[in-house]
Design a protein around this ligand. Sequence first.
Ligand SMILES: O=C(O)C1=C[C@@H](OP(=O)(O)O)[C@@H](O)[C@H](O)C1
Ligand SMILES: C=C(OP(=O)(O)O)C(=O)O
Length: 441
Amino acid sequence: MSADGLPEKFDVIVHPAAELRGELRAQPSKNYTTRYLLAAALAAGESRVVGVATSEDAEAMLRCLEDWGAGVELVGGDAVIRGFGSSPRAGVTLNPGNAGAVARFLMGVAALTTGTAFVTDYPDSLGRRPQGDLLEALSRLGARVQSREGTLPVSISGPVRGGVVEVSAERSSQYASALMFLGPLLPGGLELRLTGNIKSHAPLRQTLDTLAAFGVQASASDDLSRITIPGGQAYRAGRVLVPGDYPGSAAILAAAATRPGELRLSNLREHDLQGEREALDVLREMGADLTREGDTVVVRGGRPLHAVTRDGDGFTDAVQALTAAAALAEGTTTWENVSTLRLKECDRISDTRRELEALGLTVTETQDSLTVTGTPSLAGGVTADGHGDHRMIMLLTVLGLGAQSPIRITGAHHIRKSYPMFFRHLETLGARFEYPEATRA
Ligand SMILES: O=C(O)C1=C[C@@H](OP(=O)(O)O)[C@@H](O)[C@H](O)C1
Ligand SMILES: C=C(OP(=O)(O)O)C(=O)O
């Protein structure tokens, strides 16, 4: 049994919910947890990361940092980290599980070592995601790099020199974030030139924010195409507080908006750099009754929703949650500029199209967009593939709550990648789930 009290591997049967009503506290942010833990390890001395996420991705980061020589102690809901500063242990093999951001951030920092290997036990998910843009930048800086055609397993050996380096930000922002974590510890610093059509600006700003929280100087042009990180700096140990998680909360908000009832979701600070904060505006534009009282978001659900057309790149990790709202809305919704969704835990464009078509919906895709024609009366009554992807599982769960007959989602335990208490949280609002033995690994 895991902390959520659910079996190691399970499918979930989602029963339609007549209403969702109650109060929840948003879980800790995944993207701030990974960043704060890494920055804490890069600081010599002891840091306290208050209220860390307990997801598999957070565990993956903690495991890798420990393997690299950091001291890790979990005290209540906090992580107390004794950092290795600029000297992670050499000759270690790290396994970041299925966590893309963790893998990439650590690959950047691996250039400080005289050799680190990266493997994954998710060959069909993280093992297929591209690492080549980051590896090329590292080798241009002087690292010796080996990979299986730009994918894991990977090995990286430093040292590297600092200076000007180009890195593509077209497929993922995580490559540039990785170099941003590395830059201050190189004697010569880094002058990053982000090339291509830059995607996911919001996580890049979260990385800048994290550097500042640990006393590291960095500056960036408004469009983030140039990021300057002076060298010879040290991360300063300290105490940081993890904010609430917008991407996971977007799924709870989508569920609450599409069912009758009332939800009060606290711990979502208004001025936050997580791009998925925009999910609130999107739901409002769709017609949801959604208001804010300080850090608490209040949704009075069950209003008819209507379609929207939006650039989805700003809220990349909330696109699946909002697709569920779109599938239960009147009209045809399009998310534009979302090509990076194809490079996540699954292909979140084609795999979403396939699952929604199996539910009887009309869906079209282009290389960089997804279009869904919704229906306020979704039949349900099918088994859907969770594609081993927490965000797909969130999407399908919201649909199951709003359908006329139950939906079974295979491999629902993968929810734990980012939101282990997802089903438990929805249960406190009145949702009903069954957790039969998994029929997908
Ligand atoms: O920097 C980060 O923590 C993340 C950046 C985003 O990825 P991309 O930059 O690949 O879009 C996001 O989807 C991911 O969940 C976390
Ligand atoms: C894509 C995601 O994470 P990562 O890239 O860190 O695996 C996500 O959280 O939706």
